[in-house]
Write a protein of this length. Sequence first.
Length: 458
Amino acid sequence: MAAAQRIVIENCSIATVDANDTEYATGHLVVTDNRIESLGAGSAPDGLQNVVRRIDATGHLVTPGLINTHHHFYQWITRGLATDHNLFDWLVALYPTWARIDEQMVRSAAQGSLAMMARGGVTTAMDHHYVYPRNSGDLSGAIIGAARDMGVRFTLARGSMDRSEKDGGLPPDFAVETLEGALAATEETVKRYHDASFDAMTQVAVAPCSPFSISTELLKQGGELARRLGVRMHTHGSETVEEEKFCHELFGMGPTDYFESTGWLGEDVWMAHCVHMNDSDIAAFARTKTGVAHCPSSNARLAAGIARVPDMLAAGVPVGLGVDGTASNESGELHTELRNALLINRLGAHREAALNARQALRLGTYGGAQVLGRAAEIGSLEPGKLADLVLWKLDTLAHASIADPVTALVFGAAAPVTASFVDGRQIVENGRLLTADEDAIARSTRDEARRLARIAAR
């Protein structure tokens, strides 16, 4: 067997985001192959064997890699549209366009979404893809292939819809699947791509879209399928007041009670948004350890409201951060969500006590690992965990006069990423991807956006 190879990172500040929020003002970190071997204050130990690289990280903060818990990659090629709409009007405006996507478009959009996140410190991404128009090609394979090529750890939440316009839903009829077709395709995707191992690069979750685009049977049977296959479950929940009204009118109960009645609360479940949650809803999520993907920029863009994140955290609800689809968060970056989560939550009832810088960083790292069911493997810098980590440059004009590095990262301008490692492999250097051609991706996404617009216009 080949000898283990070590990378040594020294002279940096370190925020481990472990259970004790351990930090080192000046410390070191040793990576052996794809694992964190050791870390601590001061210089690395003398006598380390097979050191293939030493990084002098003076002026940097090292954190766990950021973890995105909710996204819709395909929306990268429909950015900047319906910019003054609430959620339902936005969906009505965009579904006719989204219904025309194909495999080539989805691959390009996935590359754009992944590239933007990765160059900004995301090491684990997820995509909730639920639009599968007839004869559109292998969309799941295109998305997973893009993530694999980019070198990002990835969860595909294989979505589905079976409630179209003729059933009172929003999507066009040809853009939804049948109940049987959706379940069969989801099962095939899990069996083909899901890796349950500790260092898995690709995992799959079962993810019917939302209460107003799926039947109760798809929700129930989707949950049963996920638990039979041993994978996680994801959907949208309690995003808007209109959704709450819809659930009361159609099901005679609010979203959380509806989800519980269909088997969709539990420690293997996480939901996007959860903006309109009362005390009883939060208690139910806490009791069942159901996770939440908090998407502050998207919630603001669509005027959905402010999620009660401080109350969720106080109750013990697992909470991570999400970009959401880039048709409702045009920047497509997760590191800016650290700041936005903190600032937007301070507009709520808890005001300045809502979140602090370290809580925001935890949402974007360990909180995301909890939500994706991978807290034993990623989300904090600890010996034995996977080597997913980021070096943030904090000694430039934008941050140099802020003494505390975590405050600089969260409160300050978006910090440059000098290096990002996934599974011990460097994928970003000085803010540029090492695993993909950003300029080629930009051209491709522009071309595919224009092609989609032409097709939709016909």
